[in-house]
Design a protein around this ligand. Structure first.
Ligand code: FAD
Length: 393
């Protein structure tokens, strides 16, 4: 990999903005499709926004067809990756579970029916079976649950580093600490990408800037309603009744999600309202409030007092109004492509998304996954809206 000096003129076949798991994977696929001179520009260091370096979940228990299809199309990549003997990918096939109260029962059932129709292995649990599966929970208020035994966890950082290596081997230039400050567009066509001290001439840009994707679209004179949404989790020593093999349990009643991650209980809570922006509330009061909710479902967690987390983790979701990814060619600017709006699922979606975006850019059409319903055009009134994701899951 060579690093041109500041001020040096660079000409790229494609510029990918963002060296996260989506951007790197897109760059790698572009080279595999024969695109030359692929450049990745990253405002910070590669992977700087990759939340969950320790583990990321890959699941097919979703409430929308697109999301199930996206993960299904991504699984072959993960299968191959997990076979690489020298990589310790932290694979944990512990599954995912969802708990529903009266208010969410019908929605969870519809999601489960969809999963059954699409061949996803998941179980519908009611009555005493819920406690049989999850003996460590306080089940008051829970009327139904699902459990997907094939859902799994892996360390996304190992995937990211492998992709970075693949990009280097394929001759992709990765410019870190190179924040894109403007994108030149002439007569509706991309002309260049500009970072401090660097101007990269190109006719094609892939915007894989995650939670900052909207800012990048706006630099090109376009727009897309993808917003950053801050998330906070804390980790405490796992109580002895929470087994290492417990699934990640999303409790739709309290909004909590809990898992035993390597001996630590990792606790998160879905915000009650849709919060946007870059600011995290990691105050003791906010953490105590999360801990209180988790304690309602897990008596052993409730006993942890005072709350003194081992760690607090923060990260940004990138979220579109309908909760689905926004991926495809920009309807207004020729040569601009967007891959964002992953709503906390960007690791598991990335293989199918990145490969399809690379196909769209290099071949003019997709072969791996039909991105048309996820197009940014759905927000400009030029295309009917995509199926709305059931935000339950
Ligand atoms: C709390 C939490 C839990 C999660 N759990 C899971 C999970 O279990 N499973 C799962 O699949 N996903 C999960 N995710 C989501 C997942 O981490 C993200 O969706 C995924 O990392 C997104 O990758 P990306 O490459 O699209 O974006 P990012 O990783 O955000 O990468 C975008 C990159 O673009 C760069 N950038 C931005 N603006 C510019 C600019 N102007 N110039 C140059 N570079 C720029 C950024 O610095 C960043 O490195 C979780 C996220 C959070 C916050």
């Amino acid at each position: 990999m060579t690093y041109p000096q500041n001020g040096e003129k660079i000409v790229a076949g494609v510029v990918v903005i963002g060296a996260g798991i989506t951007g790197l994977q897109t760059a790698w696929h572009l080279t595999r499709l024969g695109v030359r001179d692929v450049v990745v520009v990253e405002r910070s260091y590669a992977g700087s926004e990759l939340y969950g370096r320790f583990s990321a979940g890959v699941r097919r228990q979703f409430g929308s067809r697109f999301e199930i299809e996206l993960v299904t199309a991504s699984l072959p990549f993960f299968d191959e990756f997990l076979k690489i003997p020298e990589i310790k990918a932290g694979y944990e096939p512990v599954g995912y579970a969802f708990l529903a109260g009266e208010n969410d029962r019908a929605g969870l059932y519809r999601s489960w029916q969809l999963q059954q129709a699409m061949g996803v292995r998941s179980e519908w649990l009611v009555g005493s079976r819920i406690k049989e599966y999850f003996p460590y929970i306080e089940s008051a208020g829970v009327v139904a649950a699902t459990f997907g035994p094939d859902d799994f966890w892996l360390n996304p950082w190992t995937v990211h580093q492998w992709l970075l290596q693949k990009c280097k081997e394929a001759g992709v230039q990765v410019f870190e600490h190179c924040p894109v400050t403007s994108i030149e567009v002439k007569d509706g066509n991309i002309r260049a990408v500009v970072c401090p001290g660097r101007r990269i001439e190109t006719s094609k840009v892939v915007n894989a800037a995650g939670a900052r994707a909207r800012l990048v679209q706006q630099m090109a004179g376009s727009d897309v309603p993808v917003e950053p949404s801050p998330r906070v989790k804390y980790l405490v020593k796992a109580p002895s009744d929470l087994p290492r093999t417990m699934p990640l349990i999303t409790d739709l009643v309290t909004g909590t999600y809990v898992r035993n991650e390597g001996g630590e209980a990792i606790v998160g809570v879905k915000p009650l309202t849709h919060v946007t922006g870059y600011d995290y509330d990691t105050s003791q009061a906010a953490l105590e409030s999360m801990h209180h909710l988790a304690g309602l479902r897990y008596p052993s967690l409730a006993k942890i007092k005072p709350l003194e987390p081992n760690r607090v983790i923060t990260g940004l979701y990138d979220v579109a109004p309908d909760g689905l990814p926004v991926v495809g060619a920009d309807p207004a600017v020729k040569g601009l492509y967007l891959a964002a709006g992953f709503n906390g699922h960007g690791v598991m979606f990335s293989p199918a998304i990145a490969r399809s975006v690379a196909e769209l850019v290099a071949l003019g059409q997709t072969e791996t996954f039909d991105l048309a319903p996820l197009s940014p055009a759905r927000f400009s009134g030029k295309q009917k809206e995509a199926e709305t994701a059931l935000h339950l899951l």
